[in-house]
Write a protein that binds this ligand. Structure first.
Ligand code: NAD
Ligand code: ZN
Ligand code: ZN
Length: 359
C-alpha cells in the first residue's frame, strides 16, 4: 500500500510500505476513507516530538471501513464504517478505568502516527479496536466524522472542560487553527460572556467569527492590550493556548485574571518560562493535557444532531490520498492558502458501501 512516511525533521514522502495485518487478537485493520492532517503532525515535522522514529507512517485521525479483525474483537466486524480515534485504549489499566485513555499504561494512549504506524495511509492497523474505534451512524458523513477523531474532543476536554468555561466568562483562545476553532465552538455550549480569538492569519480569524468568536484580534495587534481594555484591566477568566510555542504560553499566563484558568492545549517542543515572580500570588490554575477522547460518543451525537459546526464550516480543502504531500503544504501554509481542516480521500468513497447496521 501507499502511506505518508516520516523520514526525520522536515522530511516525509508518500511511498510504498508493507500492508498492515492483524498482529494481536484485539487489532482491527481499517481501509482509510477519509483522513486529515493535524497541527501536531506539523510539530512532528518541525522536530518537536522526538519520540517519532523515522520510518513511521504519520496520522492519527481517520474514518474508514473495517476489513479484518482479530479473534478478540467484539464491537466491530468487517464491513463496519468506523471513526478511528486519535487515542487507543487498552481498557484495563488504572488510567483507562478512570476514562483517562490518553495516559493508558497498557500499550494504548496516543500511539497512532506517533509510536506505531498511523492513518495517513490506504490501510491502518488499530490496536485495542473495541475501545479505539467508534461505529458511525449513517447520518454522519465521513468529513464530519473525521473532525471527531481529534480536534473536537481535544478542544472540548483539554480546552473547555479543563479551563472550566462557565456562563458569562471572558474566554480568550490563542491560535485559531482547527483546534482553536473547535474550542470556540464548544466553549459556546457553556454560554460564555465573550469569546476572543487571536491568530496571525486573517482567514482563520474570519473562521473564528463564523464559529462563534465575538471579537478577533491579530496576533501582531497587541491582543494583551485588547483583553486588558475589554476586562477593565482584570484579564480573562479562561485563556486557552492552542498554538504550541513558548511565546503564546507565556502570553496566556499574562492575559489571565487572578483566580482564572489557563488551559494549555498546544504541543510544545521547547521549554516555556513559568513566571512565578508574577503568578505566585494570582491564584491561577494552569492545566496541561493530552486528549483522552472519552467525550467522543457525546460529540458524535451532537454532530449528528447538528449542534456542532461541521465540515462546511471547518473543511476548506479536499484531496485524494496520493495528494498527501501537497495537502501538507496547503495546511502548513494556512496564512496564505486560507486552509482550515484539509480532508483527503473522502469524496471518492463517501456515501457508498455503507453497510446496513445489524438489528
Ligand atoms: N493536547 C492535545 O491532546 C492536542 C491534540 C491535538 C492538537 N494539539 C495541538 O493543538 C495545537 C493547535 O492544533 P491545530 O491543528 O489547530 O494547529 P494549526 O497549526 O493549524 O494552528 C495553530 C494556529 O496558531 C496560529 N499562531 C501561530 N503563532 C501564533 C501566535 N503567536 N499567536 C496567535 N496565534 C498563532 C497559527 O497561525 C495557526 O492558525 C497544536 O499545537 C497541536 O499540536 C494538542
Ligand atoms: Zn492531532
Ligand atoms: Zn489502558
Amino acid at each position: 500500500m501507499k502511506a505518508l512516511v516520516f523520514h526525520g525533521e522536515g522530511q516525509k514522502s508518500w511511498q510504498n510500505v508493507p500492508d498492515p495485518g492483524i498482529e494481536d487478537a484485539g487489532d482491527a485493520v481499517i481501509r482509510v476513507e477519509a483522513v486529515t492532517i493535524c497541527g501536531t503532525d506539523l510539530h512532528i515535522m518541525k522536530g518537536d516530538v522526538p519520540e517519532v522514529n523515522p520510518g513511521t507512517v504519520l496520522g492519527h485521525e481517520a474514518v474508514g471501513e473495517v476489513v479484518e479483525t482479530g479473534g478478540d474483537v467484539r464491537s466491530v466486524r468487517p464491513g463496519d464504517r468506523v471513526l478511528v480515534s486519535c487515542i487507543s485504549a487498552c481498557g484495563r489499566c488504572r488510567f483507562c478505568r478512570e476514562n483517562r485513555f490518553g495516559q493508558c499504561l497498557g500499550g494504548g494512549g496516543w500511539i497512532l502516527g506517533h509510536l506505531i504506524d498511523g492513518t495517513q495511509a490506504e490501510y491502518v492497523r488499530v490496536p485495542f479496536a473495541d475501545l479505539s474505534v467508534h461505529p458511525l451512524p449513517n447520518a454522519v458523513s465521513s468529513e464530519d466524522a473525521v473532525l471527531l477523531a481529534d480536534i473536537f474532543p481535544t478542544a472540548y476536554e483539554v480546552g473547555v472542560l479543563s479551563g472550566r468555561v462557565g456562563p458569562g466568562d471572558t474566554v480568550v483562545v490563542v491560535g485559531a487553527g482547527p483546534v482553536g476553532l473547535a474550542t470556540i465552538a464548544t466553549a459556546r455550549l457553556y454560554t460564555p460572556g465573550r469569546v476572543i480569538a487571536v491568530d496571525f492569519a486573517q482567514s482563520r480569524l474570519e473562521a473564528a467569527r463564523a464559529v462563534g468568536a465575538d471579537v478577533t484580534v491579530g496576533a501582531d495587534e497587541d491582543p494583551e492590550l485588547l483583553v486588558d481594555d475589554l476586562t477593565n484591566g482584570l484579564g480573562a477568566d479562561v485563556v486557552v493556548e492552542a498554538v504550541g510555542v513558548p511565546e503564546t504560553f507565556e502570553q496566556c499566563t499574562r492575559m489571565v485574571r487572578p483566580v482564572g484558568r489557563v488551559a494549555n492545549v498546544g504541543v510544545h517542543g521547547k521549554p516555556a518560562a513559568l513566571h512565578l515572580e508574577s503568578l505566585w500570588s494570582k491564584d491561577v490554575t494552569i492545566t496541561t493535557g493530552l486528549v483522552d477522547t472519552y467525550s467522543t460518543p457525546l460529540l458524535l451525537e451532537m454532530m449528528a444532531a447538528g449542534r456542532l459546526p461541521a465540515a462546511p464550516a471547518l473543511v476548506t480543502h479536499r484531496f485524494t490520498l496520493p495528494q498527501m504531500e501537497e495537502a501538507y503544504d496547503i495546511f502548513a501554509g494556512a496564512a496564505g492558502t486560507g486552509a482550515l481542516k484539509v480532508v483527503l480521500g473522502a469524496s471518492s468513497h463517501d456515501a457508498v458501501s455503507v453497510p446496513a447496521q445489524a438489528p
